[in-house]
Design a protein around this ligand. Structure first.
Ligand SMILES: C[S@@+](CC[C@H](N)C(=O)[O-])C[C@H]1O[C@@H](n2cnc3c(N)ncnc32)[C@H](O)[C@@H]1O
Length: 308
């Protein structure tokens, strides 16, 4: 009898061939996928490393991990419900000191965007949650909107969303919440449209930047990215590689800066790799993707001392 088909995912892995080329997995390699999602990349990596190798997949979202587990049966993939910045704890548990490659495919998956109850999308009315890990007990987007003073909300929208009307929107939110709590995506989107005097008319929705900013803040996305980039060199073997796909300039700036200013990395992508026209047209989500790749330099301490 043939195997049942892998469960449905609406997510298409971005820059898949480029990631395979960048990480160059060999039979027996150990690769950590810090954002395993629906395992689009992990499955392809697992085929390459074969039964003697291993893909270690992490995700904060238990529902994504269920999907990944169903889609990686029979493959050398182990999954952990952990944020990627806790990757060292996972490696210690597996008694692995160094890995051959590390992949981060940042942001959220198309599956999460399509699950209305998660509150990531303003296209469907839903509670303002936005946590990648709804079991974490951390504050939701609604909690932040209820608690933060106007000045902090404005800074958040400006810094994480690069939103020009950040102060106007923050003021409008503070006025509205004095009347009634802001609980749903549609309520928030309406407030944003009212504050900036513009409703969606095709093209980019005027609420996009504020939704992005809230998601970044709720999940502490930028802090987590900085943390893993700072700790990765110690756990990638010399000659091993790191590949990071980012979807907005805040993330890309962090990756670029960290690669450039840490002498442990040899940068392999002077300019980031971007999707081909073909990929961009078949997978619109890939359009803003940028892939940066670096190789772990040999350990200076393990080299022979220079005798002069
Ligand atoms: C773009 S998707 C990954 C898609 C995956 N590469 C694929 O091809 O199916 C990003 C995933 O990262 C997860 N995620 C976001 N931040 C995370 C973090 N700090 N630690 C672990 N997982 C995270 C999200 O829950 C989501 O499932």
């Amino acid at each position: 009898m043939s195997d049942p088909p892998a469960p449905e995912t609406v997510h298409q892995p971005v820059l898949l061939n480029e990631v395979l080329e960048a990480l160059n997995p060999q039979a027996g390699s150990i690769i950590l996928d810090g954002t395993v999602g629906a395992a689009g990349h992990a499955r392809a990596l697992a085929e390459r490393v074969g039964p003697g190798g291993r893909i270690i997949g992490l995700d904060r979202d238990p529902r994504m991990l269920e999907l990944a587990a169903q889609r990686t049966r029979e493959l050398p993939v182990v999954l952990f419900h952990q944020p990627y910045d806790a990757f060292e704890t996972v490696l210690d548990e597996l008694e692995i000191s160094q890995i051959d490659g590390l992949l981060l495919d940042l942001g959220l998956s198309s599956d999460q965007l399509a699950w209305p109850e998660r509150g990531f999308s303003f296209r469907q009315d839903a509670p303002l949650d936005m946590r990648f890990d709804p079991t974490s007990g951390e504050p939701t987007a609604a909690d932040l909107l209820a608690r933060l003073p106007a000045a902090e909300l404005a800074d958040l929208f400006f810094q994480y969303g690069e939103e020009r009307f950040s102060r106007k929107i923050a003021r409008r939110i503070v006025e509205a919440r004095a009347e009634t709590p802001i609980r749903t995506t549609a309520e928030l989107a309406d407030l944003i449209y009212g504050a900036i005097g513009r409703r969606p008319r095709g093209g980019i929705d005027p609420a996009t930047r504020v939704f992005q900013a809230l998601r970044i803040a709720v999940n502490r996305e930028l802090e987590r990215l900085e943390s893993i980039l700072d700790h990765a060199p110690a756990r990638i073997r010399p000659g091993g590689r790191i590949a990071v796909i980012s979807f907005h300039s805040l993330e890309d700036r962090i990756v670029k800066w960290r690669f450039r200013h840490n002498s442990c990395w040899k940068i392999l992508t002077r300019k980031p790799m971007v999707p081909t026209e073909d990929e961009a047209s078949t997978n619109p989500r890939s359009r803003s993707a940028k892939l940066r790749v670096a190789e772990r330099c040999p350990d200076l301490t393990s080299q022979s001392p220079v005798l002069t």
